[in-house]
Design a protein around this ligand. Sequence first.
Ligand code: GDP
Ligand code: MG
Length: 166
Amino acid sequence: KSGFISIIGRPNVGKSTFLNRVIGQKIAIMSDKPQTTRNKVQGVLTQEDAQMIFIDTPGIHKPKHKLGDFMMKVAQNTLKEVDLVLFMVNAEEGFGRGEEFIIEKFRTINTPVFLVINKIDKIHPDELLSIIESYKEKFSFKEIVPISALEGNNVERLLEQIKGFL
Ligand code: GDP
Ligand code: MG
């Protein structure tokens, strides 16, 4: 099994922390350098039964000018071409217009989307339940996976679920 996985999420939700954990420090640090190339490979995880190629998809945000508009289209095309999209959100922050805007883009593609709720180490389990409920009514995510990228909770399980879609 092998496939391309795009990680979408606002700054600071924990994308690099997640990649560091699953792939290793060096690669994710490299990918934090400013890049002019779009859809950069952030890391490749090779396991006995699967290979997961994680790619960065910048430009999924509300465009402020024409170039942003173009970047949006490029990003949307990427979403169509990958095997799976991981939409990462911060469990500490509520659903907002930024999230709504991104979810609108998901409606234009057929690629399966997972909702990854990160930083669950920072919240109470009751809060997690209400976050899950609020997202469930917005979009039919193929999976909703709460994790702590920092502490590692549920990360292995997420990798197993990803494999199921490759
Ligand atoms: P990115 O901008 O999406 O790549 O986010 P980063 O991976 O750089 O993380 C932003 C900040 O959130 C850093 O200070 C991380 O240590 C912190 N962070 C990431 N994941 C977690 C998590 O699961 N729990 C907690 N408590 N902090 C996290
Ligand atoms: Mg980052």
